[in-house]
Ligand binder design. Structure first.
Ligand SMILES: NC(=O)c1ccc[n+]([C@@H]2O[C@H](COP(=O)([O-])OP(=O)(O)OC[C@H]3O[C@@H](n4cnc5c(N)ncnc54)[C@H](O)[C@@H]3O)[C@@H](O)[C@H]2O)c1
Length: 519
């Protein structure tokens, strides 16, 4: 495989920072952007949603359509038409189009990063990395398409030829979250298209403009308008796509509540629907880091801090609970608390910012509810003063002494609140992680190779990180996705992901023919 990850910008260099700020100024002059329904090349209405800057909610970043169920249905009909052409194109041609899409995103990377700063308050470094990941997904799945086309090797016996092919399934509904506003919709859409499906993208209501830029880039690169539609909106157009009998595969990433609803709804198979829907559902988690007594705390403290508080804890992989050996727990808490006091909380467009505002008011209320509860049930070892001014800020907080069974220890909070517990040892910590219904990411700090091997074998998480931070999976290097109630799919950015968008077909031919028909 010739795939290589797209390099991120070197933000320590002034020219790189200045080019991003210039892109932001240009973007600001064009706000608000307009995000219509896009079906078969026609631009529909762009009314119903105002997506705002989480750092300055009075600034409207985009006016987007709230697509109706009828528009979602029209998008599926167009995609069914588009599939007839796109699905028949040779894999190599589809791969070329996806690579051209990657090139378009690369050309516009500054503007795309600036848009994430405004649309989702994603700090510059994270926004730039998100754009790189989107480029990676397009290029990785383009290579995967060619590999898929070659098919697997089967055993052959004399007198027969056995061939296995992976045919596209048909129409894919792609439903994405806001926290990776470009990378995640790009990954799921690119996979569907690479495997030969047509796609209808329903992006999160908080980040419609990033999705529009993706769809425009792919159309400009050569994806036919019928083969890729955009239906912005809140939940209802997503739910309409899930129920539509013309949809064959649903690729969803988001909360467990919505993901499970989709799994249930997609299982309904009405008489007129000649297939069973496949659902790829990547959901949330409660990600734990285990720190053993022999851990190097000089490594552990900054890595835990980064994992818990970067992007204000709004990554599905973010650390939310630390289980630390009691021999070092006191020191770890003291050091984490001190480091938390030193974090830079601020606006996403400031290069120094480590903890930006949360995505919306509802998120701020949710995090403050959990923080209040953590203070009531346990103790807050560190809590910053609320930053004043506009924006949906939540102060980074470290909570300790929580009782077993506290919701703060068992539920996904999706904000900058980290719980730390002292445990008797690694075995007890593993028991606690196993008792959770989730299985997304996990971490371990230990200098003992036997402990590393043991914990890796025991923990049910999809991605375990050892002696490093637990976020930042790279396409092709750390294929990403959860187990248990954190996900149903095979890993994004890894081998096997494209198979979920295909139907395997086997042909067995008798090669001992009685003569050939020559026309
Ligand atoms: N496992 C992963 O790879 C991964 C990655 C990123 C985010 N996440 C999870 O996503 C969540 C945050 O994202 P979010 O707030 O956008 O999630 P969400 O579930 O609220 O929304 C996700 C998408 O589903 C749509 N939607 C809402 N209701 C729907 C319905 N009834 N039918 C169909 N679609 C519907 C939304 O409009 C949005 O486009 C967190 O739980 C996080 O852990 C998981």
């Amino acid at each position: 495989m010739s795939f290589a990850n797209e390099p991120t910008l070197e933000l320590r260099r002034a020219p790189a920072r200045e080019s991003l700020l210039a892109a932001l100024r240009e973007l600001d002059a064009r706000l608000p952007l307009t995000v219509p329904v896009l079906v078969g090349g026609d631009r529909g209405c762009a009314e119903g949603i105002e997506s705002t800057d989480p750092g300055r909610p009075s600034r409207i970043v985009a006016r987007a359509a709230e697509a109706t169920a009828a528009e979602a249905a029209a998008a599926v009909d167009a995609a069914a038409r588009g599939f007839r052409d796109w699905g028949r194109r040779p894999a190599a041609e589809r791969a070329e189009v996806l690579r051209a899409g990657a090139a378009r995103l690369r050309e516009r990377r500054l503007e795309l990063a600036a848009l994430q700063v405004r649309e989702c308050a994603k700090p510059w470094g994270e926004a730039d990395a998100d754009v790189c990941e989107a480029i990676d997904f397009l290029e990785y799945y383009a290579e995967g398409a060619a590999e898929l086309d070659r098919g697997p090797e089967l055993a052959q016996a004399p007198g027969e030829r056995n061939v296995m092919r992976y045919a596209p399934r048909g129409v894919a509904a792609v439903i994405s979250p806001w926290n990776f506003p470009l990378a995640i919709p790009t990954g799921m859409t690119a996979a569907a298209l690479a495997a030969g499906n047509a796609a209808v993208l329903k992006p999160a209501e908080q980040s419609p403009a990033s999705a529009l830029m993706l769809v425009e880039a792919l159309h400009a690169a050569g994806v036919p308008p019928d083969a890729l539609a955009l239906v912005p909106g809140y939940g209802p157009p997503g739910a309409a796509l899930v129920r539509h009998p013309g949809v064959h595969v649903i690729a969803f990433t988001g909360s467990g509540k919505v993901g499970l609803e989709i799994v249930r709804a997609a299982a309904e198979t009405p008489e007129e629907q000649g297939h069973v829907k496949r659902v790829v559902s990547e959901m949330g988690g409660k990600n734990c880091v285990i720190v053993d007594a022999d851990a190097d705390l000089d490594d552990a403290v900054p890595a835990i801090l980064q994992s818990a508080f970067a992007y204000a804890g709004q990554k599905c992989s973010a650390a939310s609970r630390v289980l630390c050996h009691e021999a070092v727990a006191g020191t770890l808490v003291e050091r984490l608390a001190g480091a938390t006091e030193a974090l830079i909380v601020g606006q996403a467009d400031d290069f120094a910012t480590q903890v930006p505002p949360l995505i919306e008011r509802e998120a701020q209320e949710r995090v403050s509810r959990y923080t209040r509860l953590a203070g009531e049930q346990g103790r807050l070892a560190a809590q910053r003063d609320d930053p004043s001014g506009e924006g949906w800020f939540a102060p980074p907080t470290v909570a300790v002494d929580l009782p077993a069974g506290s919701p703060v220890l068992g539920e996904e909070i999706f904000g900058p609140l980290l719980a730390v517990e002292a445990v008797a040892g690694v075995e007890v910590a593993c028991d606690a992680v196993e008792a959770l219904p989730f299985g997304l990411t996990g971490g371990l700090f230990s200098r003992n190779p036997a402990t590393v091997e043991h914990v890796a074998a025991r923990l049910p998480v999809g991605n375990l990180y050892v002696n490093r931070g637990i976020t930042g999976a790279m396409v092709g290097r750390q294929p990403f996705g959860g187990n248990r109630r954190s996900g149903t799919g095979s890993k994004a950015g890894g081998p096997g992901y494209l198979l979920q968008f295909t139907e395997p077909r086997v042909v067995c031919e008798n090669t001992v023919r009685h003569g050939l028909v020559v026309e």
